[in-house]
Design a protein around this ligand. Structure first.
Ligand code: GRF
Length: 207
């Protein structure tokens, strides 16, 4: 049997998706995977401490130490290669990746977004959805392409908007589903069950 797929989880903040993925692994829900590293571009990211407490290897590389986006990305890719990473999971990583990075890991980089893409891309997805007046929003796990929040969609989950919601209550309801679908997308990847054809991602049946 082939070895476990090695994950890198890239964060910039509180890291709740990272924790959900690590817990899913610990509970045996993603048996073909192991976490190689949790990497942050911010030294004060709360998620770094959480990862350490869970016994995961952590690494902080500040983007501020590099002149260009690509220089920063080259350094990250170097660290990922050292650790033989198979899948890069962006989990609240607040940096746009350069074409260099994306080409190094084509269809091996996932991101989670707190809306049903292509609706409400960007930084304030939950607030934008609420202000637009949609009755349903949700979350999306997608492969990362050169266009931000626009790569092939792997999995989505619909979440209702309630009349008394504000951006925070809606974000909290969406976040609970983010934690489920990210682990699910990773499991499918680690079972070699994701097939990308153009913009579409097909889930292959279990052999
Ligand atoms: C999540 O809402 C995710 O969808 C978005 O950034 C937030 C990260 O939260 N990309 P956390 O750091 O995983 O708690």
């Amino acid at each position: 049997m082939a070895g476990k797929k090695r994950l890198a989880i890239l964060i910039s903040g509180r890291g709740s998706n990272m924790v959900a993925i690590a817990r899913a692994l610990k509970r045996g829900k993603i048996p073909n995977a192991e976490i190689a590293v949790v990497l942050s571009n911010k030294p004060d990211a709360a998620g770094l401490k959480k990862a350490q407490q869970m016994g995961l290897e952590t690494l902080c590389i500040s983007h501020k130490d590099f002149h260009t986006r690509e220089d920063f990305d080259r350094r990250i890719v170097e660290e990922l290669r050292k650790r033989r990473v198979d899948l890069v999971c962006l989990a609240g990583f607040m940096r746009i990746l350069s074409p260099y990075f994306i080409n190094q890991y084509r269809n091996q980089i996932m991101n989670i977004h707190p809306a049903l893409l292509p609706s409400f891309p960007g930084m304030q997805a939950q607030k934008d959805a609420l202000e637009h007046g949609v009755k349903y929003s949700g979350c999306t796990v997608h492969f990362v392409s050169e266009d931000v929040d626009a790569g092939p969609i792997i999995i989505q989950k619909v979440v209702p908007v309630r009349d008394d919601d504000d951006a925070d209550t809606l974000a909290a309801r969406i976040l609970r589903q983010e934690h489920k679908i990210y682990a699910e997308a990773i499991r499918l990847f680690t079972e070699d069950r994701l097939e990308v054809r153009g913009r579409r991602v097909f889930w292959k049946k279990k052999p």
